[in-house]
Write a new protein. Structure first.
Length: 296
């Protein structure tokens, strides 16, 4: 049964266990989509995840594909799936059309994001007739009704926020006040960054679930690229070990499983209400971590 994610979080809290969620991205080829839907997701369903999400390409470039994959996962696997939605290259009317299509397909959950600039654009600019801030998109979805709305949080501050992380966290509070039911964070590798964000929000009266996003690394080169794009820092011991391993992706993957397992143990000990795994459309690492934690 497809459920509202805020209800899933409430049920997990009542049961005294953390939620487990997974993130996928739209594939570039039909073969890739078949592999995701027919192999990767069935393998991960053995973990009994609570829900998953599907990302939205830069500039809204995968809009139709994102919605199609969300629809397939829900229809073929019965797993509650959240669609990412961004403000980029979209007017209010166009966003209303996408949201209407999503609702017609049984989508109940949306992660509302400002979004990254389209490929080739130096910086983000609002579309005429659209929204400038993700808080406006949250408020728009709240007004339309019928969705559980999530938003993104950045433990180290958004890379484009020149005013620093406290300014960025202030904008996060605005998104929550606009109607976001929960927050899923950007990837990070130092739990202290997450704890500082969590403490800041708690001190300002925020009570919605703050779900940490965890990336099990599998390639040093890929990890450095990801962190360069999103502004997450690599702790010195972590970076040193990646450099020691070098291009041995098999060893990097095993190290990624070990590191993420310990990272999650620390987060759970600290009392997080859920864990959100960036799977990179693969099953093995996330499966190993969730089993290591005894959450399968």
């Amino acid at each position: 049964m497809i459920r509202f994610i805020h209800e899933i979080h409430d049920a997990c809290r009542a049961a005294g266990r953390p939620s487990v969620s997974l993130e996928f991205f739209p594939t570039k080829t039909p073969e890739g989509e078949t592999n995701l839907i027919e192999k990767t997701i069935p393998a991960l369903l053995a973990l009994k995840p609570d829900y998953c999400s599907v990302t939205y390409g830069a500039g809204g470039s995968t809009r139709e594909k994102t919605l199609g994959i969300v629809d397939r996962i829900q229809r073929e696997h019965g797993l509650t799936t959240m669609m990412h939605l961004t403000c980029v290259n979209s007017t209010k009317a166009e966003l209303a059309s996408v949201v209407g299509d999503a609702k017609a397909r049984g989508v109940k959950n949306i992660l509302a994001l400002r979004g990254d600039p389209p490929a080739g654009a130096a910086e983000w600019t609002a579309t005429e007739g659209g929204f400038t801030y993700s808080s406006q998109l949250v408020a728009f979805l709240k007004e339309l009704g019928g969705f559980s709305i999530g938003t993104a949080g950045f433990p180290e501050g958004h890379i484009a926020q020149k005013g620093g992380k406290l300014v960025d966290w202030g904008f996060l509070r605005e998104k929550i006040a606009a109607g976001a039911d929960f927050v899923i964070t950007q990837l990070f590798f130092d739990n202290e960054d997450f704890y500082r964000l969590q403490d800041y929000l708690a001190k300002h009266g925020v009570t919605v679930p703050i779900i940490p996003g965890v990336l099990p690394v599998s390639s040093a080169k890929q990890t450095k690229k990801f962190t360069e794009l999103c502004g997450a820092k690599l702790p010195e011991p972590f970076l040193k070990r990646l450099d020691e391993i070098g291009d041995d992706d098999a060893t990097t993957t095993q190290y990624g499983i070990e590191y993420a397992t310990e990272q999650c143990r620390g987060l759970l000990k600290h009392g997080v209400t859920g864990l959100h795994f960036y799977t990179l459309n693969k099953a093995a690492s996330t499966t190993a971590i969730v089993r290591n934690l005894g959450l399968a």
